[in-house]
Design a protein around this ligand. Structure first.
Ligand code: ZN
Length: 308
């Protein structure tokens, strides 16, 4: 397998203020992991910035320009109580979304079989007109709509195994029968959405997990709810919002996944992509706040993507 890796140095410049969990050391840990043994075969590419028009496929009106205008020239400012930005944040956010654009282009062209975008800020909480939960622009949604509008891939699946529900992604697509959104997440928990009864137009599949759930409950949710939904939907491309904060070590939540669970889930999603999508799968980093768990989980996830 050829796996594309999309990064940009601006991810290291998005300073969220001392003590913030979504911190620069996260992406430094991911980069160190993917520079390590076993990852020499990654096809490494620098992520371009997304354009305002590309972001405008999922974000509302003046949200993009308004958000960029709120980036301070010095110090910090807050888009919401959790979402802190500083002078490097706007450029980082543009490249985090642009990584998805480049990854989709390369996977559709066959330059890579699948791809991982190692970027920050994360994206899945960002709604059409509102940034929240450490997220400015909804990276996975930008990639999904690029696949449809530029490459003509109509049926798009987005699977989100971050411990937090991807409220932004769900809100963007819950009325779009050609986009499937499936999520496992701790529930009830931040951001409050993600009940099993939220089904969109029959295209949303939430699998809420009670606090203290572990790999057994995660795998059951995948096997019984999410993988059958994906097979019934037959996507032309599979996207993954890959947050690793459901790991047992993570400080922001109370699920107990292990690295092996992420490797297993990645392989299962690759099987779906092989069956229906020509293998096309594009994953992007969302959360994951314990550095050791994050590094090991990315190792498991990307290692699986690279394996036949
Ligand atoms: Zn999260």
């Amino acid at each position: 397998m050829t796996t594309g890796l999309y990064t940009h140095h601006s991810s290291l410049d998005h300073d969220t203020s001392p003590g913030h969990p979504e911190r620069i050391e996260r992406i430094a840990t991911v980069y160190a992991t993917l520079d390590g043994a076993g990852f020499a075969a990654l096809r490494r590419r620098e992520a371009p910035p997304a354009s305002v028009d590309e972001l405008g496929r999922v974000h509302r009106g003046d949200y993009v320009t308004h958000t960029l205008e709120r980036i301070p020239a010095a110090g910090f400012s807050r888009l919401d109580p959790d979402t802190v930005v500083s002078p490097g944040s706007g450029i980082a956010a543009l490249h985090a979304a642009g990584a998805m654009i480049a990854a989709v282009d390369d996977v559709v062209a066959g330059n890579a079989d699948n791809a991982f975008c190692a970027v920050r800020p994360p994206g899945h909480h960002a709604e059409a007109g509102r940034g929240m939960g450490f997220c400015l622009f909804n990276n996975v949604a930008v990639g999904a709509m690029h696949a449809r509008h530029v490459h003509g891939l109509q049926r798009i699946a987005i699977v989100d195994f971050d411990v937090h529900h991807g409220n932004g992604t769900q809100a963007m697509f819950e009325n779009d029968p050609d986009t499937l959104f499936a999520s496992t997440h701790q529930y009830p928990h931040y951001p409050g959405t993600g009940a099993a009864g939220e089904t969109g137009v029959g295209n949303v599949f939430n699998a809420p997990l009670a606090a203290s759930s572990g790999g057994a409950e995660f795998r059951a949710a995948m096997e019984e709810r999410i993988l059958p939904a994906l097979r019934g939907f037959a996507p032309a491309i599979v996207f993954v919002s890959a947050g690793f904060d459901a790991h047992a070590r993570d400080p922001l939540a109370s699920l107990n996944f292990e690295e092996a669970d992420y490797e297993w889930a990645t392989r299962k999603l690759m099987e779906v992509a092989d069956e229906f999508s020509g293998g096309r799968l594009v994953s992007t980093l969302e959360g994951g706040y314990d550095l050791e768990a994050l590094g090991n989980s990315v190792q498991a996830h990307v290692g699986a993507l690279m394996s036949p």
